[in-house]
Design a protein around this ligand. Structure first.
Ligand code: ADP
Ligand code: MG
Length: 379
């Protein structure tokens, strides 16, 4: 039997652990044409949830365009994507689609015919870069108008929305707000992992998205539900595992979906013959994963400065003491608190550390990385 615990991609069908409450809420928000800001740290499962939400919408009434800002490095490509993905979501007839594409003022259709006669079309900026904002707004306006004509509700989902700042920030946000607040046929879900960016967008009076929609914080999958999912799959595969052991695995993964999936995947393989998952086996899981990821960590380690390494080693050994505290600085022989500010900021920017809570508390974004750091410290 194939390993049912998937990680690292989009998980659907029976492999997708219950998010039915969240899907129900989001469906309702779409129905009501609301705007939702979906927020959680990385790897909690936003992207997966959004894909499963899309799969659950009735195609007769709803059309969905999913746009991941990661895929669009500049405003011109984002503008092209908005116009082409929303139009494609609402029009499947190729001839009509090409006609619609030809109607854009600032975007030029790019049509190619594959070897099987299949037609694929996209849009690209036809005017100068400085008109990219206007092209973007044209795309959003066109989408809402087309949804009206088609008598369908359009859901536009923008993933990694906190990245919007990379497109010269404020001007894009302002123009977007002005446009989408007039929409009567489109619902928006903006999803993002940069908590501070997302929250400030919606809660800061000076920002364009102030009070534009509700914030929905995606929590870890409910403990009991996740336990049932995990135990169910192991039992289906003929494994024996106690509820305590399942809990232990969820705890090890700190409840973060990616981590828990990865640990379960690893446990499945480690016990493929014994079919027994017990405490001694569970204890070996992190070490197995760290060994698998060691080449990646070795490369990453090369990109880190000496001062940052000292700090990371200290944080890996001493995760519970705030790095600015006297105890921490003394114990790890790190200079004055002011000297670690820059290092911490740079490590957050690189995505290695995540700032947590209102205090100056930091955690590793990759749960298994500090384990590797502690191992090298032992050498
Ligand atoms: N409900 C779920 N059931 C099973 N696996 C999931 C679920 N949600 C997320 N995952 C796993 O966790 C990984 C991280 O989830 P992802 O949706 O990419 O998180 P985010 O978008 O919040 O960073 C995914 O690649 C997937 O393997
Ligand atoms: Mg994601």
């Amino acid at each position: 039997m194939r390993n049912p615990f998937k990680y690292g991609g989009i998980v659907t069908g029976p492999y997708f652990a219950d998010r039915s409450g969240e899907i129900k809420t989001l469906k309702r928000e779409i129905e009501n044409l609301n705007r939702v800001f979906l927020v959680s740290p990385r790897r909690f499962g936003k992207t997966c949830l959004l894909h499963n939400l899309m799969g659950s919408l009735d195609p007769d009434g709803y059309a969905v365009a999913y746009i991941d800002l990661n895929a669009f490095p500049d405003l011109r490509s984002f503008a092209g994507a908005v116009a082409s993905l929303t139009t494609k979501a609402l029009e499947t007839n190729t001839d009509k689609l090409i006609k619609l594409f030809a109607g854009f003022k600032r975007l030029r259709p790019n049509i190619s015919i594959g070897s099987e006669g299949d037609v694929s079309a996209s849009l690209e900026l036809a005017v100068e870069e400085k008109e990219a904002i206007a092209a973007l707004i044209e795309g959003f306006a066109h989408a809402d108008a087309l949804a009206q004509r088609k008598r369908r509700t359009l859901a536009i989902i923008i993933d990694e929305f906190s990245d919007i700042e990379k497109y010269n920030g404020g001007a894009v946000e302002k123009a977007l707000r002005a446009e989408i607040q007039t929409h009567q046929h489109t619902s928006y879900i903006f999803s993002g992992s940069e908590m501070s960016v997302m929250l400030s967008m919606v809660q800061n009076k000076k920002r364009a998205f102030y009070k534009m929609g509700r914030i929905m914080a995606l929590e870890p999958i409910k403990q009991e539900t996740y336990e049932g999912f995990i135990k169910g799959w192991f039992e289906k595969g003929g494994y024996s595992i106690s509820t305590d052991c399942v809990r232990e695995i969820i705890d090890l993964g700190q409840g973060i979906t990616y981590n828990v999936q990865r640990l379960c995947h690893t446990a499945w393989e480690a016990a493929i013959e014994s079919k027994t998952i017990d405490a001694p086996l569970t204890e070996t899981l992190q070490a197995i994963i760290v060994k698998q990821d060691a080449p990646h960590y070795e490369v990453l380690w090369q990109t880190i400065s000496a001062t940052q390494k000292v700090l990371l080693i200290a944080l890996a050994q001493d995760p519970d003491t705030p790095p600015f505290s006297k105890a921490f600085l003394l114990r790890h022989k790190i200079g004055p608190a002011s000297s670690i500010n820059a290092s911490l900021a740079s490590l957050v920017k690189k995505g290695i550390l995540v700032r947590q809570g209102p205090g100056a508390q930091y955690r590793f974004s990759d749960l298994f990385f500090p384990f590797w750091i502690r191992e090298i410290g032992k050498l």
